[in-house]
Design a protein around this ligand. Structure first.
Ligand code: NIG
Ligand code: FE
Length: 419
């Protein structure tokens, strides 16, 4: 297909040559070209510019799409999800409404262990079908690249089943996917402690899964009651020996010193950060100075759903960091993969300007999956994954229009997908 998008009110994130990520003040300068055109040939973006330079293509040679009063935004790049799971956990949500905390529900056998029991029982094909339905649903919501974690298996067999499902999803997915082995997510009851289970993950699961080509990244839930900084450090060291980078759940409920540990170990991202101290910010700044940063990934839907503090996004951007926004799509703490909602909360609750939140959910999301060469900006040569918005006078209408649909027409690999 050849298509010319004309009269675009604002072409967001357009660069002739894309940076690898944007940090600090650069995020406010994520470019928006007003009154623009963009051309797509096949599955790639091939050009863009102001309407005064719009190419004249003979009729019949290209499809022309008018985008008057509408923005074009690169697809959301969601770098943190737990999309592969068996069942929702609406039942325990009722317990939470009645006053039980996340920790209390977990100690009653709910939470991650509850998801693991359901997943262990579910045949692989059924798990695949349910996960594919969820994937296609979020593609319709404008997601153009996605990371998916294991971690609801908690046995070698069930973790492999999850990772195999992610591999099969990659084969049919219209969008690029990344597979993360979340080996250390919760300690299954048959293990004495987190250290013993970490041994099993490191000695038995990790090498096998890597040799089977199932792992792009490795993850741990470094948190009181889950895995210690020592467990996390050992898992990171084992991954590093196999040349696999880590993306780690840190600082969701407690500060354990994991940010510094992850930065020192060269982690690609540290995710959650609902609470964060000055030492954490300094560590992240040091990683930026090295040129290949550890991306701080905020998950505002999780804060919203659990009533936790929001990651201090404004503070992190003001510190010059490449803040990233992701969904954390999972049945326990964020039962949604709607990245528009994530961007909304980024503005409403984290003090980000809409353009900063968009940069965090597009280019920086792509970079937190090492997909920045293919996605995350409107740049000639990148994949034509983008969406056309509703009519808007300014990007501030994304958070302002609390319940309105923003993503109207979705394009994936240059093809009109929905809308
Ligand atoms: O990112 N915090 C750890 N893991 C998931 C939630 C897991 C669950 O409750 O099912 C998260 O929030
Ligand atoms: Fe998560």
């Amino acid at each position: 297909m050849r298509a010319l998008f004309k009269d675009i009110k604002g072409l967001v994130g357009c660069y002739e040559t894309s940076p690898n990520f944007v940090a600090g003040e650069e995020m406010k300068n994520f470019p928006v070209l007003e009154n623009a055109w963009m051309e797509v040939v096949g599955e790639k973006i091939t050009g863009f510019g102001p309407m005064s330079t719009c190419p004249k293509i003979p009729s019949g040679k290209a499809q022309t799409i008018s985008c008057a009063n509408r923005y074009i935004i690169p697809s959301w790049c969601d770098s943190h999800s737990h999309l592969v799971y068996a069942n929702d956990r609406a039942g325990e949500f009722l317990d939470r409404l009645r006053g039980l905390s996340y920790a209390e529900i977990a100690s009653k056998g709910g939470g991650i262990l509850n998801s693991a029991i359901a997943l262990q029982k579910l045949p692989e094909d059924e798990l695949f079908d349910r996960s594919l339905d969820r994937l296609l649903e979020i593609v319709r919501l404008g997601v153009g690249a996605l990371e998916i974690k294991s971690g609801y298996g908690l046995t070698l067999k069930a973790e492999r089943k999850m990772l195999r499902v992610i591999k099969r999803l990659k084969q049919v997915s219209p969008i690029p996917l990344r597979a993360t082995f979340l080996g250390c997510h919760a300690v299954p009851p048959e293990f004495e402690n987190s250290s013993d289970y970490t041994d099993h993950v490191i000695d038995d699961m990790l090498p096998q899964f890597v040799s089977e080509g199932l792992v792009d990244y490795v993850d741990a839930f470094c948190e009181t009651g889950y895995f210690s900084t020592e467990d996390t450090a050992r898992l990171m060291a084992a991954s590093s020996k196999l040349n696999i980078k880590c993306k780690v759940h840190v600082n969701q409920f407690n500060i354990l010193g994991a940010v510094n540990l992850c930065v020192s170990g060269g982690a690609l991202s540290v995710d959650h950060l609902e609470i964060i101290d000055d030492a954490d910010v300094s560590a992240l700044k040091e990683s930026l100075a090295s040129g290949s940063p550890t991306f701080p990934v905020a998950l505002p839907l999780c804060s919203h759903f659990l009533g936790l503090p929001y990651t201090p996004g404004r503070k992190l951007v003001d510190a010059g960091l490449p803040l990233t926004l992701a969904s954390d799509h999972n049945p326990g703490t964020s039962p949604s993969g709607d990245m528009t909602e994530v961007v909304r909360l980024g503005s409403l609750k984290m003090g980000l300007e809409p353009i900063e939140a968009i940069a965090a959910a597009t280019l920086n999301g792509a970079a937190a999956m090492e997909l920045q060469d293919q996605l995350g900006t409107i740049t000639p040569g990148k994949l034509a994954n983008f969406f056309v918005t509703r009519r808007m006078n300014g990007l501030e209408e994304i958070p302002y229009r609390l319940n309105d649909v923003v993503v109207e027409k979705v394009y994936v690999n240059g093809e009109h997908w929905v809308g």
